[in-house]
Design a protein around this ligand. Structure first.
Ligand code: BGC
Length: 438
């Protein structure tokens, strides 16, 4: 038997987001969006974490050998109105984090994961700079309340996805199609991130704060200069705006640069969310798709709804990009996973991605942890319940959880702190030759 081992103390966990698991987040802009019929279904009770089912799910995670968990807190619960804090909500989050500690699970807490309080949405959300002092107040209040249990913070999850989905392709609220407005949103998120980063350190000097970047490696579909140009424009627009802002203090975008000097250097680690790699081509027929749509190779190893192609080499390239861009900065894989209700592709997706991560670790790249998306099936935003990312399946009618084989594979990886040939032979023999060539 051969095993690809990871360094001692490596964080193995799963990631969730409050809106997607808690249920009944009636005070969020997403709830209204669903009520107005925009999403493919309704979040409803979700995984009922607010009703207390976080306990049983964290029991599952702990038994399965996970020593870390990434969750988010819901701004719309903690600050239901601009002049009101909900201390009970904060107490509930404290209980969740205490519950993690009791189970030997290290928390990573995200302060903003796509969801805004309605009152923030009504004042123009992230399009106006007014949001920045509001976010700072919320961050200060929350970090003060939770600092006893958490030192690892994500200010904002995937600012690029929030901005482009809400303001470029319109799949997220408020459903706008305007690249310039998307850039404005991302710029305000970067300003807010920088302020939050400093506030967190002021309150908790030992904190490690960063954000989670959705990174998409991209290849041009052909040698055509138009495809290549489009690949470069999209790559810059989707991947580089936030990172360029943090490296240089200038948020660079294909529709103009924004100077945000206070953002320079505001991260203690890089959080990377990797799902797949895009193949980009020039699409003159639909300029709206400039930044928002692309394809996969026709013969790709597709997920159930073809939302994700299993391209593990893209994960390696992502990690390589991260170490080259920020030498010496720790990397945390804050999300990686695949939608698959029947667990057909997930075992190999998991094993192949962990193998690529191990290759990086083997080059001494400072990769410190991996958070699989996700623990239990949860509400997938505009895709509702049509996509299932959980290691455990959820029956939304009964709240019953059912373990998928991948949960056992991931448990074996977590317990072993490594991936072995035996695991691959048992759960995904079809990739044995690729991962452990004889
Ligand atoms: C988001 C998650 C989402 C996942 C899978 C990521 O972009 O951060 O909230 O559930 O993708 O779609």
């Amino acid at each position: 038997m051969t095993t690809y081992h990871f360094p001692k103390g490596f964080l193995w966990g799963t990631a969730t987001a409050s809106y997607q698991v808690e249920g009944n987040n009636t005070n969020s802009q997403w709830w209204k969006w669903e009520e107005d019929g925009h999403a493919n279904g309704k979040s409803g009770l979700a995984c009922d974490w607010w009703g207390g089912r976080w306990k049983e799910d964290l029991d599952r995670a702990a038994e399965a050998g996970q020593n870390a968990h990434r969750l988010s807190v819901e701004w719309s619960r903690i600050q239901p109105a601009s002049d009101r804090w909900d201390e009970d909500a904060l107490e509930k989050y404290r209980a969740m984090l205490r519950g993690m500690k009791e189970r030997g699970i290290t928390p990573m807490v995200t302060l903003h994961h796509f969801s805004n309080p309605l009152w923030v949405e009504e004042t123009g959300a992230w399009e106006t700079a007014d949001v920045i002092p509001h976010f700072e107040k919320f961050v200060r209040k929350t970090v003060e309340a939770l600092k006893e249990y958490c030192t690892l913070w994500v200010t904002i999850n995937e600012p690029n996805v929030y901005a482009l989905s809400g303001y470029a392709n319109g799949a997220f609220p408020p459903g706008v199609n305007d690249i310039k407005r998307a850039v404005q949103v991302e710029a305000n998120m970067l300003r807010a991130h920088a302020i939050a980063y400093r506030a967190i350190h002021e309150i908790q000097p030992e904190a490690r704060a960063g954000y989670a970047l959705h990174y998409r490696p991209m290849v041009a579909r052909s040698w055509s200069p138009l495809d290549k140009m489009m690949r470069n424009v999209r790559y810059a627009g989707i991947n580089m705006a936030f990172p360029s802002g943090i490296s240089t203090g200038i948020l660079k975008s294909p529709v103009g640069n924004v100077s945000i000097p206070e953002a320079k250097g505001t991260q203690d680690y890089l959080g990377i969310n990797y799902y797949s790699q895009d193949t980009v081509s020039f699409n003159l027929a639909n300029p709206k798709e400039l930044f928002t749509h692309s394809g996969f190779p026709a013969d790709a190893d597709f997920s159930e709804n073809k939302f994700i192609a299993n391209i593990p080499e893209g994960f390696f390239d992502t990690l390589k990009w991260a170490v080259r861009t920020y030498p010496d900065l720790p990397i945390i894989v804050s999300e990686n996973g695949v939608e698959d209700s029947t667990d057909k592709i997930r075992p190999r997706y998991l094993a192949q991605h962990i193998h690529q991560m191990w290759r990086g670790v083997n080059f001494n790249w400072p990769i410190k942890g991996y958070f699989h998306w996700s623990l239990v099936d949860n509400f997938e935003w505009e895709r509702g319940w049509t996509q299932r990312f959980g290691l455990w399946a959820l029956d939304t009618e009964t709240q019953k959880r059912t373990k998928r084989p991948s949960a056992d594979l991931y448990a074996a990886i977590c317990h072993e702190n490594g991936l072995s040939s035996e695991m691959v032979a048992k759960y995904c023999p079809e990739v044995m030759e690729k991962l452990f060539p004889a």
